[in-house]
Write a new protein. Structure first.
Length: 195
């Protein structure tokens, strides 16, 4: 049988066997290379030993990662809440929490497949309210990462939503809507803008 396989196919086959843990039959099905050819390559390059070394390395990484996390937590606790120690621990935990959810720390939240259609002020109020609820829940889930600026921004957004609800509430009588921008309302908005 001819040895006419590319280097890429051979490396892919090795990767599937060594790192993915596939059997020769599964690799053959995936790559189109015969099982006998895969076994020859595996024998020539000792894929079985490479697989064992890879699995040992993964186990070692997992053990060392647990030790690192425990050490960072211990340091944060023993430091009496030293901000750098606490930050180091929370940063590492955030990375692992993100990975456990199937993402990476650098990956932004996925965009919805279809963007919400917002054509009325009432729909805008509803969408903003949902965003604030999500943001607030995330903040409360990680209280150790809260910052004063986040709380201020959230407060301002909630006030804006309240003003928009007052102005665009469909259940409010028409004569009440006209009174919204009276002198007191204008004064409050000016004060807020000048903060």
């Amino acid at each position: 049988m001819p040895e006419g396989y590319s280097y890429e196919i051979r490396e892919t086959a090795k990767d599937l066997y060594v790192t993915e843990g596939m059997t020769y039959d599964q690799v053959a099905e995936r790559t189109g290379v015969s099982v006998s050819q895969l076994k020859r390559w595996g024998s020539d390059e000792d894929w079985t030993e490479a697989r064992k070394e890879y699995r040992d390395a993964l186990s070692s990484i997992k053990r060392d990662t647990v030790r690192l996390r425990a050490s960072l937590l211990r340091t944060a606790l023993e430091s009496g809440g030293d901000p750098q120690s606490v930050y180091a621990f929370t940063a590492v935990e955030k990375i692992f929490a993100t990975r456990e959810r199937g993402g990476s720390a650098d990956t932004p939240a996925p965009m919805p497949e279809r963007m919400r259609e917002i054509t009325t002020p009432a729909q805008a109020v509803e969408a903003l309210t949902e965003v604030v609820e999500l943001k607030l829940n995330r903040m409360l889930a990680q209280p150790e990462t809260l910052q004063l600026a986040q709380i201020k921004d959230l407060k301002q957004t909630m006030e804006l939503i309240g003003q928009m609800k007052d102005k665009y509430d469909p259940d409010q009588p028409e004569d009440e809507k006209k009174k919204i921008l009276d002198a007191d309302a204008i004064k409050r908005i000016r004060e807020q803008v000048n903060l």
